[in-house]
Design a binder for this molecule. Sequence first.
Ligand code: PMP
Length: 349
Amino acid sequence: MWNFSAGPAQLPKTVLEQVHARLFNFQGCGCSILEMGHRTDEIRAVFATLEENLRTLLQIPRHFDLMFMQGGGRMQFAMVPMNFLQETGCAIYCVDGTWSKGAQERALRYGQIQTCSMGADPFARATAEHAYAYYCDNETIHGKRFACTPRKHGARGLVTDMSSNFLSRPIDWEEMGLVWAAAQKNFAPAGLTVGIVRRDWLNMAYSYTPTMMNYASYAYGHSMPNTPPVFQVYVAKLVTDWLLAEGGVERMDRRAKARSQLLYDVLDQYPDLYVHEVPRAFRSRMNVVFHLPNEELTQEFLSVARQNDLYYLEGHRSVGGIRASMYNAMPIEGARRLAFVMKEFAKKV
Ligand code: PMP
């Protein structure tokens, strides 16, 4: 079965096998990791290894702190302005899809928000009055991504939502203030959100910010201001072990390009059947989104796909159509199979 779900999504098979094999007895402790206290040496070591693995994979400079949080993406929509907006009371948001729009709408409650849209240089207007410049690196629903990291210009730094392409491309830390990602797509099961923050961006939160929404609580408290999601962190650690063994983030980037190209080639070959609206320069490598001319053909396509073992290809409920999500764990064979089925379908209808 090939799983094209947008999230929660496919995890590497070897990671699931390790979880399965070790579920009842974690490192000879005699009990499951699901039953262990988070302040034990074993669990602290899992957190520390995950942090070191991420530092290696993404070449995170030492003046950035890592934070393992809960609350998912939408909690970040509020945490970002609560923690960073006070400095100038104003920020700029690049709005180019559902998730950046959601973040911008939430931020409006906390200060003055200007907007811009995706393009070659979205933050060209950013000045020192902008406490940060916010964007979503990969819009999961619309299948759009930034081809390269935008420049922050006058803004103090970028805040980047990488929920659906975290660990699939290198990060330009020079521009960044905060990178955050909800884990459930490319990293771990739902329930974990990772944040990587410049240390000198901490301690600027509005005084009304709850402790559990203050980044400093996580950065200074080893991500344990309360009971953390130990199991999710453990799976994330296994995923990063796997990524290191597989050759790292650049390798993932190349694989993602190869996988998505197989599908984009078919879309370009049959543009009347597979309608695709994202400009070439912004095509996502994680989520290939298109639609067929009518609902009947869409349902027929999905049914043929299922007969060929290709599952969860339905587009997001807000836009319909088809979405093929292919994160790091998707082998190239999955993309090949889908491309083949798409071609065969196009020849028949
Ligand atoms: N940002 C992006 C890019 C997303 O794809 C999603 C959807 N998971 C979110 C934010 C919202 O995440 P959550 O469902 O955890 O609130």
